[in-house]
Write a protein that binds this ligand. Structure first.
Ligand code: 3HC
Length: 295
């Protein structure tokens, strides 16, 4: 499949990343089928896209007509066959668990056109291993967006052991057409480039607080105001989702060893379902429109 042949896209998963990627593709003019396993998940994703498009219009980053037209290009769906049976590219953004993703690819393989490209938004998992559950490993690669996709410029285009140049070129060109900057990642290693650096930073910040060596406010002031990151590391952890960060760390720990052991503070947050902005509470409290800065 060449980039020029891509018109229709399915995005699997309507969570933070799935709905964000759907929005980006719809703004770029593509018809997008956004699929999740329950009506309520798809409805939430759709509402989030609508909120975000209206926000972009309010902030003059789109006209209201452009925002409305983008929303019209989104079809929310639960039925997987309907979602993928006539698309050119499937972008998968389901939870960051190898077994869940493998099950999804096995199901999608049955219904997607033979020439469709499969692109995974995995944050860390092996592209090669995922591609091998399909019958099209050469038409498979990573397409890793950053949160929030509509605001973040970078897309990692990751080569698995079997990805063809044609597939990588098509997905790189698609990312450019989404008005993003693709970076080709040649080695399929856990966390690729960005998360290999960023997730251990968030973990190390948590270890500092866990060991009572610093407070959240002190750590976040340092990362934000001294290291020049746009957010403090705990704010960032809340932004990407503490569950997502933990899943990435668990995989890096399993494959790369002890330096990547997840901090118990992060595990506690996930056990208590304090996942960050998406649940209203994480290291910070986002409920009632307010954000309490922890001491
Ligand atoms: N859609 C539309 N508008 C949005 C939005 C969205 N998704 N998210 C935020 N906004 C709006 C806000 O509501 C706010 O509007 P308001 O002022 O009217 O209330 C406005 O945008 C804020 O915009 P600003 O540009 O003023 O805000 P910032 O300068 O703080 O930028 C940011 C926000 C772009 C999120 C910036 O803080 C940032 O870049 N943070 C770092 C994010 C990052 O590093 N992400 C990558 C994490 S790693 C990852 O995702 C990988 C994964 O695999 C783990």
């Amino acid at each position: 499949m060449d980039f020029e042949d891509i018109d229709t896209i399915a995005v699997l998963g309507a969570g933070n990343m799935g709905h964000g990627i759907t929005e980006v593709a719809a703004i770029a003019g593509y018809d997008v089928r956004m699929r999740d396993i329950k009506d309520e998940f798809v409805e939430d994703g759709y509402d989030n896209i609508e909120w975000s498009l209206n926000k972009l219009a309010e902030r003059d980053q789109l006209t209201q007509d452009e925002a409305d037209a983008a929303l019209d290009r989104v079809t929310p769906l639960v039925d997987v066959e309907e979602a993928v049976s006539d698309v050119d590219v499937v972008i998968e953004a389901v939870p960051e668990k190898m077994e869940i993703k493998k099950d999804v690819y096995t199901e999608v393989e049955e219904h997607a056109p033979e020439d469709a490209i499969f692109a995974t938004n995995t944050s860390s998992l092996s592209i090669t291993e995922l591609s091998e559950v399909t019958e099209r490993p050469e038409q498979f690669c990573g397409m890793h967006f950053f949160n929030p996709p509509v605001r973040m410029q970078l897309v990692e285009v990751i080569s698995g052991a079997h990805s063809s140049d044609e597939t990588l070129d098509a997905i790189g060109a698609l990312a450019e057409d989404f008005d993003k900057t693709p970076v080709r990642v040649r080695k399929d290693s856990p966390g690729f480039i960005v998360n290999r650096i960023l997730v251990p930073l968030m973990n190390e910040a948590a270890w500092l607080v866990h060991g009572e060596e610093a407070t959240i406010a002190e750590v976040d002031s340092t990362t934000k105001f001294d290291m020049g990151l746009p957010m403090g590391s705990f704010e960032l952890s809340d932004q990407v989702g503490n569950d997502v960060g933990l899943h990435v760390l668990e995989y890096m720990h399993e494959v790369l060893g002890e330096p990547y052991a997840p901090c118990p503070l992060l595990e506690e947050k996930v056990e208590n379902e304090e996942l960050g902005k998406k649940t209203g509470k994480g290291f910070y409290d986002y409920e009632n429109g307010g954000v309490d800065i922890p001491t």
